[in-house]
Design a protein around this ligand. Structure first.
Ligand SMILES: NC(=O)c1ccc[n+]([C@@H]2O[C@H](COP(=O)([O-])OP(=O)(O)OC[C@H]3O[C@@H](n4cnc5c(N)ncnc54)[C@H](O)[C@@H]3O)[C@@H](O)[C@H]2O)c1
Length: 263
């Protein structure tokens, strides 16, 4: 199926690693120009090269999406290079190595600030930066990467989960704001997701490299397996394609059925 994505331009925050990196690779396969908006310059450069090897020109914007000025600059540089922005994927989050997974009373103010700044301010500033341009184009696709921790609650990820739940509220408002201008806004919500980068951590924490460990982790998932970064990338690429022309305001779990919302 042709997704009609060729020559679209997509800004991906956190595109230098994990799920974001896989989203950039998948965009590159579809002929989209990914703009990797990330604080990790070295990894970002690698992803630009990987996208080039796949056959698409990508751009690195080295910056912090919790800064409004950086978000505005990212959009200016994207338009300067590719002439437009069709797609925004806000995927960046801090402490994805699990180092802030701990009981609420043990977490620090710095952790809370980092979660709020990158997840929520990142969504608000990136959206504010792309919307005027998308409204002018009368075209836009926006996806925020959330987490099932924001839907189920998680005693060890309280503030992270609160920020991800907050993303859903913001997403719905933006879907209402943008709908008539053909700007569609949705969330893809992963539960535990295997990426090239977090596999060593999963092996350490859950013995995921053993059959027994894999089975133990998979038990919580109706499909009997956790998602991969590619599962997330496939959904994001579909949601941001022309094939998705009337789907907005939704939180879509890409989580093997881990969380099933009320009907
Ligand atoms: N991997 C999982 O198990 C899992 C589960 C649920 C939700 N998620 C969500 O998926 C998204 C991606 O997670 P991942 O596992 O791929 O993480 P990752 O650590 O592999 O990638 C995150 C990227 O974001 C970048 N980043 C962090 N703060 C930034 C900022 N302020 N500005 C710009 N870039 C910044 C990092 O440098 C990194 O490249 C996150 O939103 C995370 O909350 C992941």
């Amino acid at each position: 199926m042709d997704l009609f994505l060729k020559d679209r331009v997509a800004i991906v925050t956190g595109g230098a690693s994990g799920i974001g990196r896989k989203i950039c690779h998948t965009y590159a396969e579809e002929g989209v120009h990914p703009v990797i908006f990330d604080i990790h310059e070295e990894n970002g450069k690698k992803v630009v090269k990987e996208c080039g090897d796949i056959g698409t020109e990508a751009l690195l914007f080295h910056g912090d999406c919790s800064s409004e000025e950086a978000c505005l600059q990212a959009v200016r540089e994207t338009i300067g290079k590719f002439g437009k922005v069709d797609i925004l994927v806000h995927n960046a989050a801090p402490y994805t190595d699990g180092s802030a997974v701990m009981p609420f009373l043990k977490q620090t103010q710095k952790m809370w600030d980092d979660f709020v700044n990158t997840i929520l301010w990142g969504a608000i500033y990136t959206t504010k930066a792309v919307l005027p341009h998308m409204f002018e184009l009368q075209y836009g696709r926006i996806v925020y990467i959330s987490s099932d921790a924001g839907r189920t609650g998680d005693a060890f990820q309280a503030v992270y989960g609160a920020c991800k739940a907050g993303l859903a509220g913001f997403m719905k408002s933006m879907a209402q704001y943008g709908g008539r201008k053909n700007v569609l806004v949705n969330i893809a919500s992963p539960a535990l997701t295997l990426t090239d980068e977090n596999e060593p951590m999963l092996n350490l924490a859950y013995k995921y490299d053993t059959e027994e460990g894999k089975k133990r982790v998979a038990k919580a998932y109706p499909t009997g397996k956790i998602s991969t970064a590619q599962d997330l990338a496939n959904m994001v690429v579909f949601l941001t394609s022309d094939r998705s022309s009337n789907l907005t305001g939704q939180v879509i779990g890409v989580d093997g059925g881990y969380f099933m919302p009320a009907p």
